[in-house]
Design a protein around this ligand. Sequence first.
Ligand SMILES: Nc1ncnc2c1ncn2[C@@H]1O[C@H](COP(=O)(O)OP(=O)(O)OP(=O)(O)O)[C@@H](O)[C@H]1O
Ligand SMILES: [Mg+2]
Length: 229
Amino acid sequence: MISLQNVTRIYSSGTGEVRALDGVSLELESGSFVTVTGPSGCGKSTLLNLLGGLDHPTSGELRVAGVCLHNAGEAELTNYRRNTLGIVFQFFNLLPAMTLRENVELPLLLRGESSSIAARRVSEMLDLVGMSHRASHFPHQLSGGEMQRTATARALVGRPALLLADEPTGNLDSANASMVCETFTRIASQKIATLIIVTHSEFVASLAPLRLNMLDGKILSQSHSASAS
Ligand SMILES: Nc1ncnc2c1ncn2[C@@H]1O[C@H](COP(=O)(O)OP(=O)(O)OP(=O)(O)O)[C@@H](O)[C@H]1O
Ligand SMILES: [Mg+2]
């Protein structure tokens, strides 16, 4: 499903070069649940941006769901982002003037899905994240955890093979974070998508069967947990 071979991303600036990723190799099967940890600046978001087709590696090879992201053109990357990928952000990024149902429906409408299929998919996703009872509410009426669960429903509504989340609980108190974690654990256990979560939280990191620990642009260690999800 995911294959990285010797992936390096160097940022050049006036003051020199930053090796944000430094020769990362990784193989993940479809349906994997992985958390990525490491100190600020170690390359976690850089890794997610590459997996999300938002950035190109400086060198190395990167394949996700059969797409060679290291040499894909803009049209192929757009297609990849639209059809294969869901992303959850730290600050939710819900549209404030739209209800939850409309927020979750939007990616399907942009794709030209029929309204009857869209309505069914939206209901399924709101059920999955436990937000059906608030479908007609607006984002400002929700807690942070509820907003993040809704954002997760929106990320999954197009049935992506890969769901990426960068610090999804970074802006939440522990009660809201644990509700969001329950949602992610459910997604992982039902193998709805391959799930990769970047986190500074030890609790979130411990939820996944596979943890990647990064330092200075490298994967320092991979640890497997038998007890996690
Ligand atoms: N667009 C950019 N231009 C130059 N340097 C960058 C750019 N983006 C990231 N970097 C540098 O690359 C390194 C890795 O950054 P990255 O954002 O991947 O870290 P991170 O692990 O996500 O950190 P954090 O936990 O703070 O989010 C850092 O040294 C950062 O300053
Ligand atoms: Mg980051």
